[in-house]
Design a protein around this ligand. Sequence first.
Ligand code: UDP
Length: 494
Amino acid sequence: MTIKTHAALLASPGLGHLTPTVELGKRLTTHHGFHVTIFVVTTTTNSSETTKSPILQQTSNLNGLDIIFTPPVDVSDKLDPKNPSLGLRITLTMLESIPFIRSQILSMKFPPSVLIVDLFGFMALPMARDLNMSTYVFFATNAWFSAVTMYLPFITKEAFSRHANNHEPLLIPGCEPVRFEDTLETFVSPWGPIHDGYVNAARDILSVDGILMNTWKDLEPETTQAVIDNDILGQFAKGPVYPVGPLVRTVEPVEKKEGESENFIFSWLDRQPAESVIYLSFGSGGTMSEVQMIELAHGLELSQQRFVWVVRHPVQGDASAAFFDATKGGDGSMVEDYLPEGFVSRTKDVGIVVPLWAPQAEILKHPATGGFVTHCGWNSVLESILNSVPMVAWPLYAEQKMNATMLSEELGVAVRATVAEGGVVFREHIAELIRRVMVDEEGIAMRVKVKEYKVSGEKALSGFGSSYESLCQMAKECELDYVNHSDEVKARGA
Ligand code: UDP
């Protein structure tokens, strides 16, 4: 296939942002003949973890896809130490990395004509326009949350006040309203600079040449259509909206190879009956209080189900504490120091506790895995759906509460954890949720539904599927722009 277009993709810090960006890059290269350069933005605390991540190792043999790491950035001195907003930290890190990205692009012999950024990369858009590149935003999430972001500039201050003060739902044309219980942190007090920054970012996003979303039409038929067709957006948004998902990391079943040492998780899973193990993980950054971890451990025991549980050291009052550093708060302590006394030895025949990090995509693919207690990060949700695994939805931060509502109330593939007064999910409730997914009739129905969505997701990505076609259209637009861009680059060089 001849190379048509060179696209630069920007991945903001965090594996949840990197994985879908890399998957998009891989598809543009393998299915649409693009040359792709991915700029991976790193921080001083996540740079070594990021460079070693398996998703990047998978790209090393791929022709036409280059990875460039930006120099690690530390923005901690620019943040309020008492309230270090995750969104602001990512945004500032991106901003500091732009001069390096620009200099790299300018030094390329065959410079990219397209820039694709994720939600946090919007500050790079002026640079791209300055270099006469066409601009795309990739929402690595569902259509509902993408719609909320796109509509921000059209939501009045009064509507935000009624939402924050009177807990009225936030109305988004053509979409499910956002209930106050599910709202984003920034909408709880929508008066400060962080909220204003988000609205301004949304304005910038609407001015791009196209918007991509990591979802597919059959998963969210009304919402995707509402975003594609809506008159209000149509008047302001410059480019079309393309649902191109589900883009998730593809993995092969784990098999022990000659000479390799056994992986204890998979050798244990291999010995368990089909769909009998519940997997528990709260994403790349999720943490819990000590009280909550103790309740969860007791709940697991009460459920009497086999399990694989990824645990992190407890952190009080910051659910995303480990986002930039998976070892946060760990100070060398062992899991026995913060789990209930005797838990690990009592459960050693029925479960595995994995400190910090586990190969999630591979675990979800394993035939023994039959349920997933998840914080509802969108990558985790898609990985679960594409492996036909029903979920216990336990959202922690960002848009995860909206995702939990969608999974449990619209799609019927999850049951949702209820947080009791005092902010804790109690052990009896945890045991009940796990049994509803793993044992009860309700779980069987959820399994049927999730299998249907798996099939529809795979169909969307296959030749002539809706997401495949969307990406073809986007690729065609890029090709047309490429012709103009090459003339401009030639003129610049002359
Ligand atoms: N992940 C993993 N092992 C872990 C925790 C997370 O491989 O122990 C991966 C997971 O498979 C997913 C990503 O990290 O691809 C997390 O992304 P998600 O959107 O679910 O959540 P985030 O971390 O962004 O909150």
